[in-house]
Design a protein around this ligand. Structure first.
Ligand SMILES: Nc1ncnc2c1ncn2[C@@H]1O[C@H](COP(=O)(O)OP(=O)(O)OP(=O)(O)O)[C@@H](O)[C@H]1O
Length: 384
């Protein structure tokens, strides 16, 4: 479904590549942990799947569509089949939980009745229906992340990308988020999750793809956070360990080595603090300007869910791309989350991930991405 072939991406000419000759394939229904030290290229890879940034060399294909050759005008439609979850949630602070999720459907001009039904169904599935009327600053970080996930999946994307979705959460909230991501995956979506969270990776025993300085050094079908001793990844990282500055939360092949000095732990955020107060110092969430009519305080809520325009299915462009017949058909969600027993916090306490600087730092990106969302079904149709 997602294929990288010898992909090299360099941000600055003459600089070191953020991705260096990477070849990897993610299949429909995969659950993949993308791991690696800070700066190893995880976010760059995720962004490339979103078609934010193209490779200088190589080819990225998603559901048979060559992203390098994709026409710009088709990109918004393409992105609608992808749900994106960020470390810093990126909820719109002036909208309720309900409206944050509904926003993703309003911008694609979904019918009003469908919005209400689908938003509430999705909120129930992330167990947030009782908080639908709250604003982001009135709910916990874990609840904010669940709301952000609801927003990402409300249009039933075939692919869900998560960039350190548990990075700002405590173990219990992280476990809730993982339960939801597993459920999304079980419903058929491909999930690719970048993480520094050792405990989560170790516990899940799912596919692990590891980057190191832009190179793919490991692809294990069922792996732990640390590479197996003696494996090529272990060898590479062992060589690097002495002078690499790896964090304790980065893949660490030789646990007998002395650990680097860690920064002072950050204080736990107070419950019910505004979202901004919970952001790690490294984040740069910019002010954004949303100019949609529904942001106008005078705007009648009753009208807010009216479609902005009729969707003419016949007018929706279809993909003509190449070789494989894979599609990005929307994914039906099962009717319920796994049992509450599955939501128990992880047994092993783990260190909080370092406050790595978010790469998707521009909230406008989220708004743009939501604007380009669309009704389900479109991506399942391609010209033969
Ligand atoms: N917009 C950009 N402009 C220039 N360099 C960039 C840009 N984005 C990323 N880089 C560089 O590319 C490399 C890979 O960065 P990337 O954000 O993909 O790593 P990462 O593994 O996601 O890191 P982290 O775990 O800290 O989020 C780093 O050296 C980074 O400095």
């Amino acid at each position: 479904m997602i294929r990288f072939e010898n992909v090299t991406r360099t941000y600055r000419s003459g600089g070191k590549p953020a991705l260096d000759d990477v070849s990897v394939e993610f299949h429909r229904g995969d659950f993949v942990f993308l791991i690696g030290a800070s700066g190893s290229g995880k976010s760059t890879l995720l962004r490339m799947i979103l078609r934010e940034g193209l490779p200088q060399k190589g080819k990225v294909t998603v559901a048979g569509q060559n992203l390098v050759l994709m026409l710009e005008r088709r990109v918004p439609h393409y992105r609608r089949s992808i749900g994106m979850v960020f470390q810093d949630f990126r909820l719109l602070p002036d909208k309720t939980v309900y409206d944050n999720v509904a926003f993703a459907m309003r911008v694609i001009a979904a019918p009003r009745g469908q919005i209400k039904k689908q938003v509430m169904k999705t909120l129930e599935r992330v167990q947030l229906d009782h908080l639908a009327r709250r604003y982001p600053h009135e709910i916990s970080g874990g609840e904010q992340q669940r709301a952000a996930i609801a927003r990402a999946i409300v249009n039933q994307p075939a692919i869900v990308l998560a960039d350190e979705p548990t990075g700002n959460l405590d173990p219990r909230a992280s476990a809730e988020v993982m339960k939801i991501l597993r459920w999304i995956n079980a419903s058929g979506a491909t999930v690719v999750m970048a993480t520094h969270d050792r405990a989560i990776v170790d516990e899940a025993q799912r596919r692990v793809v590891q980057l190191h300085k832009g190179k793919l050094v490991r692809d294990e079908p069922r792996g732990a956070y640390d590479p197996p001793e003696g494996s090529p990844a272990w060898e590479v990282l062992s060589e690097e360990l002495e002078n690499s500055g790896l964090q304790a939360s980065d893949p660490m092949p030789m646990l007998t080595q002395p650990l680097p000095v860690l920064p002072e732990p950050q204080p736990e955020p107070e419950p019910n603090q505004p979202a901004a107060a919970k952001e790690s110092p490294g984040f740069r969430v910019r002010e954004y300007q949303v100019t949609f009519p529904e942001d106008d305080p005078q705007h009648d809520d009753a009208e807010a869910e009216e479609p902005a325009a009729e969707v003419d299915a016949a007018a929706v462009p279809e993909f003509e791309d190449d070789e494989d017949t894979d599609t990005l058909a929307p994914v039906e969600q099962p009717s319920a989350l796994p049992s509450p027993a599955e939501s128990a916090a992880p047994k092993v306490p783990r260190p909080r991930a370092s406050a790595a600087e978010a790469t998707f730092t521009d909230t406008q990106h989220t708004v743009d991405q939501l604007r380009s969302s669309q009704p389900r079904g479109i991506f399942g149709r391609r010209k033969r």
